[in-house]
Design a protein around this ligand. Structure first.
Ligand code: MV4
Length: 500
């Protein structure tokens, strides 16, 4: 096989950087890591072929430092840059700067990123393409009077959103006309502060919608396919917690309509590479375009498991100019996959970040289990970046088997030294509403109002704590300290014994 690229620089950190390095390794491509000062000994630095310091802890001076990253890319002779998710992944100026420097940005064109970055422009483009979207306006609101008129037309409750926002930032729910004036003022000043633009638009609010997103893949020759949906409604403060594919709420017919709509949307944006169309779905299975994410997403592994495709390999092949190696009819969705995002957060203290040194861990494995992790025992989890530690993913022939496997894997998983949200999954996974697939965006709030069920996990937890203490007290038996040099007395004795 022709080499796609000789060298790729990975402009990211944590589990996703490790995921991308693995893809490079599989494709025979040299993987270059960049890192900030506190990330000197991060897992992605350990795993890369080369690694370069790009600045101090603040992201603005390191992982968001376009000049420094491009300078590093040129110095080490990289041919392409993969931005991962977050950081510079949806920054059109960065994508453009890569192109100008003769380095391939592994993602869509700057124009496509730019289009989808403006929610109002994106809505206008989708309108032209005949994609269904939430009733609302697609230009900034010029006045309170206009907002009143539109809200009356669509009916309360309505949602005010920042045109430059997304992901829930700068969003306000307005229940009645009496709140409209103050909400509009607040939304405007919040948008100005957060995004440098006070453009705000209005949509009819869908109550307790589901968040269902469709993965697409497009090459640079006009071919585009959809790879099935992900149900992402289980969120806390716009942070996804658990995702699954397929969605328990989507029928084959709805999937086909959603998929074809997503391909239409991608084509209307002249989109290439991997992308995701977010939809809101109401309780009557109507779905509406919400926004497009122009990057590889955190939850991409569940799509990989149900399609059998490697999305990162495909991203790299597309960026190298290859055509999609399949058409829509070749895509077969098979089985069921669930992802749990493991965060360093304290569920007993309002999910407050829980930094610290990973003292010890037991990683789950076994049938149908995948763990994408960015940590190791001894690693110090800081507060400079996102608190995502790892993603635990399970696959099964059907939803029941996927749930059984992820429950089993969550029970196996031990992390000590920081608090994690693992106990949250011990609540979600056996919950009758979750098991019945009743998982709209109001699901977690409803779960938190339920009384805590009695737990049978305590014995296992106590056993895990005992192992951790034993290991901490007896360094030679644990993995919290570097391996003892071979010259230690007992190892010598063991060697002598082995030779006798
Ligand atoms: C909405 C909505 C209801 N109606 N828009 C939140 C994230 C951002 N991408 C859009 N969001 C929403 N937009 C209308 N017209 C409800 C939400 C919403 C939500 C969406 C997806 C997942 C979780 C959510 C939690 C609260 C609100």
């Amino acid at each position: 096989m022709r080499k796609l690229f000789n060298k790729i620089l990975i402009a990211n950190r944590g589990e996703i950087a490790v995921r991308l390095i693995r893809a490079c390794r599989e494709l025979g491509i040299t993987a270059v890591a960049v890192y900030s000062e506190p990330d000197r000994a991060a897992l992605h630095v350990v795993k890369a072929d080369e690694a370069y310091l790009i600045g101090p802890a603040p992201a603005a001076e390191s992982y968001l430092n376009i000049d420094r990253i491009l300078e590093t890319a040129k110095r080490c002779g990289t041919e392409a840059i993969h931005p991962g998710y977050g950081f510079l992944s949806e920054n059109a100026a960065f994508a453009k700067a890569c192109g100008d420097a003769g380095i391939k940005f592994i993602g869509p064109s700057p124009a496509a990123i730019d289009l989808m970055g403006s929610k109002t422009r994106a809505r206008r483009q989708m309108e032209k393409a005949g994609v269904p979207f939430v009733p609302g306006n697609s230009r900034g609101l010029e006045s309170l009077a206009k907002a009143r008129e539109l809200a009356a037309k669509f009916g309360y409750p309505v949602m005010l959103k920042a045109a430059a926002g997304g992901g829930g930032k700068g969003m306000r729910l307005v229940a009645a006309e009496s709140e409209l004036a103050s909400s509009l003022d607040a939304a405007r000043s919040e948008a100005q502060r957060a995004f440098g633009s006070d453009e705000v638009y209005l949509e009819k609010a869908i109550t307790d919608p589901r968040h269902i997103e469709m993965q697409i893949l497009a090459d640079e020759h006009g071919n585009c396919v959809y790879l099935g949906e992900r149900e992402c409604s289980i969120q806390r403060r716009h942070q996804k917690v658990l995702e699954e594919s397929p969605s328990p709420a989507v029928t084959p017919e709805m999937r086909r309509r959603m998929g074809e709509t997503a391909v239409q949307a991608a084509k209307a944006a002249s989109y290439s590479n991997a992308g995701t169309i977010e939809f809101l779905a109401d309780s009557n299975s109507n779905f509406y375009f919400l926004e497009m994410n122009t990057r590889l997403q955190v939850e991409h592994p569940i799509t990989e498991l149900v399609t059998g495709l490697d999305l990162v390999h495909l991203q790299i092949r597309i960026a190298a100019g290859e055509k999609l190696p399949f058409t829509q009819k070749d895509i077969q969705l098979r089985g069921h996959a669930i992802e749990c995002r493991i965060y360093a957060e304290d569920p007993d203290n309002n999910f407050f970040p829980s930094p610290g040194r990973i003292a010890f861990s037991v990683e789950p494995s076994g049938p149908g289990v995948r763990l994408d992790t960015g940590i190791y025992p001894g690693w110090n989890v800081g507060t400079d970046y996102d608190p995502l530690l790892s993603k635990l993913i399970a696959y099964g022939a059907d939803r029941d088997q996927a749930i059984a496997r992820i429950r089993r894997a969550v029970e196996e998983y031990v992390i000590t030294g920081v608090k994690t949200n693992l106990p949250l999954f011990r609540r979600i996974l056996p919950d009758p509403d979750f098991l019945a697939g009743k998982t709209d965006t109001g699901y977690l709030a409803r779960l938190f109002r339920k009384p805590l069920p009695p737990t049978k996990d305590h014995d296992r937890e106590i056993a895990a704590i005992a192992v951790a203490i034993y290991s901490a007290l007896n360094p030679a038996n644990g993995n919290c300290t570097p391996p003892q040099p071979a010259s230690s007395a007992w190892k010598k004795a063991a060697r002598n014994e082995a030779m006798e």
